[in-house]
Design a protein around this ligand. Structure first.
Ligand code: NI
Length: 169
């Protein structure tokens, strides 16, 4: 069974994650758990805080497991470049059932380590640029609703509060 993805309301989603100091067998095991959790939920990206671990690691697979070469793992990512703007509908495994149109960069690149500790750059446009910004936000304690303005943000947060009260979140 894959580790459960935590939902908005979990404190771990709201704090900046720490750098990985050394890539140990525990780090590798964590990465495998992240990949398993992402695929179990049919997601295209997941950050370590989403399975309750406050470390700067994300995984992205735009093919959602259909193409093994599409899997990206990034440890201690840093921005290299962000430019332009796109508006598309977006959701998050930590906010199941909710989505909104979110402004994201049209093109983005991050630099970090792969699972073996080798330096790498991950870059892309469109959905990849969106996924990079979305996962980097998780590592800074942010979720997509924080990128929304006014009424749409308030409405989503209010609905989640109600689900929490009803015990169905
Ligand atoms: Ni997310």
């Amino acid at each position: 069974m894959a580790r459960p993805v935590v939902r908005l309301g979990a404190p771990v989603l709201r704090v900046p994650a720490r750098d990985v100091e050394a890539i140990t067998p525990e780090t590798t095991a964590l990465i495998d758990e992240m990949i398993a959790a992402m695929y179990a939920e049919r997601g295209i990206g997941l950050a370590a805080p989403q399975i309750g671990v406050s470390l700067r690691i994300f995984v992205i697979d735009l093919s959602s497991g259909r193409d093994a070469s599409a899997l990206k793992v990034c440890i201690n990512p840093e921005w290299v470049e962000r430019e332009g703007m796109q508006l598309e509908e977006e959701g998050c495994l930590s906010l199941p059932g909710f989505s909104a149109t979110v402004a994201r960069p049209a093109r983005a690149a991050v630099r970090g380590l792969d699972r073996h500790g080798a330096p790498q750059t991950i870059e892309g446009t469109g959905l990849m640029a969106r996924a990079l910004q979305h996962e980097m936000d998780h590592l800074d304690g942010m979720v997509f609703v924080d990128r929304l303005r006014g009424i749409s943000r308030t409405m989503i947060l209010r609905k989640i509060k109600k689900l929490e009260r009803d015990g169905t979140w």
